[in-house]
Design a protein around this ligand. Structure first.
Ligand code: ADP
Ligand code: MG
Length: 278
């Protein structure tokens, strides 16, 4: 475990948006056997912060993201959002939750038979609001907020490019005014040319409100660009954490060093692309 935990931890005087404590998640394997995917996970996020969760494929990143969304019950430990246990909240509330999600593949994240307008409003309607008149304005504003023309409301997912559909995914995640968005590999399936634009959009939306991101990625360049702090996950355990600057400049764990050494030298080009993107 790295020594830079105190330096890298959010100020305890600010109330955490997310607090994960000693979390373990098990998957059932049949015949009564279970597989422990993650173990001993302790992680916090302050309002307005972007916290990276990095690690190779299969290290348990999405498992933790799903636990934050209330989709995976803890085998041990707890997940609290705004001071409330995620598992308990899901059972009693009919309002859209304070945590939303943006996934890797936008085409899989949308119902292909539903219009963009329908999908955009889904977090509200799924929470029991029903389709209400007067929501057209909400849809137009949501689309405009991510740089898309209101006419996209009538289109279907297949009629949009990957980058455009990921913009809609971001608009959908924002429509219920969440405190935290789990971004699970949000640009990993996009062309390099639109990747910077989508990252810029996430940053811009964060500045408009005190939005926090749990930013899951295997791409160290993207993490370096986006995150205030980083947790490094290796085989289901956090092996290192700290400010992005510190972890990249002075990695303590051998696995972190390997991840950084394996970075293709395109950090600068990514930064430039983000700077040039509208
Ligand atoms: P990552 O997102 O870092 O690629 P995951 O959280 O998806 O990793 O997976 C972590 C581990 O848990 C992997 O070994 C994976 O095979 C296993 N796993 C993930 N989802 C399930 C599931 N629904 N059932 C059983 N095992 C799973
Ligand atoms: Mg994953």
């Amino acid at each position: 475990m790295a020594e830079n935990t105190v330096e890298g931890t959010a100020s305890p005087t600010r109330r955490n948006v997310l607090r994960i404590e000693d979390l373990a998640i098990d998957y059932r394997q049949g015949f009564g056997r279970t597989f422990r995917a993650v173990q001993g996970i302790t992680l916090d996020i302050a309002p307005g912060e972007t916290v990276g969760l990095v690690g190779e494929s299969g290290s348990g990143k999405s498992t933790i993201g799903n636990a934050v969304l209330g989709l995976q019950p803890p085998a041990e430990g707890s997940v609290q959002v705004l001071g409330e246990d995620v598992a308990l909240r899901g059972r009693r509330s009919h309002e859209p939750g304070p945590v939303q999600v943006v996934l890797q593949n936008p085409y899989r994240a949308f119902n292909p038979f539903k219009s963009i307008a329908w999908s955009l409003l889904e977090p509200l309607t799924a929470a029991g609001g029903g389709a209400k008149p007067g929501r057209d304005g909400l849809v137009s504003a949501a689309l405009a907020g991510v740089g898309l023309d209101p006419s996209y409301a009538r289109r279907y997912p297949r009629e949009l490019s990957g980058g455009q559909l990921q913009r809609v995914a971001i608009a959908r995640s924002l429509i219920s005014d969440p405190a935290l968005i789990v971004c699970d590999e949000p640009v990993s399936s996009l062309d390099a040319s639109v990747c910077g634009q989508v990252l810029n959009l996430l940053t811009a939306k964060q500045r408009e409100r005190e939005l926090a991101y749990l930013f899951i990625s295997h791409d160290m360049n993207v993490v370096r660009l986006m995150c205030d702090r980083v947790y490094v996950l290796y085989r289901g355990r956090i092996v290192e954490q700290g400010s992005t600057e510190k972890v990249f400049a002075d990695p303590q764990h051998e696995y972190t060093r390997k991840l950084i050494a394996a970075i293709p030298d395109r950090a600068e080009s990514l930064r430039q692309r983000a700077a040039n993107a509208v």
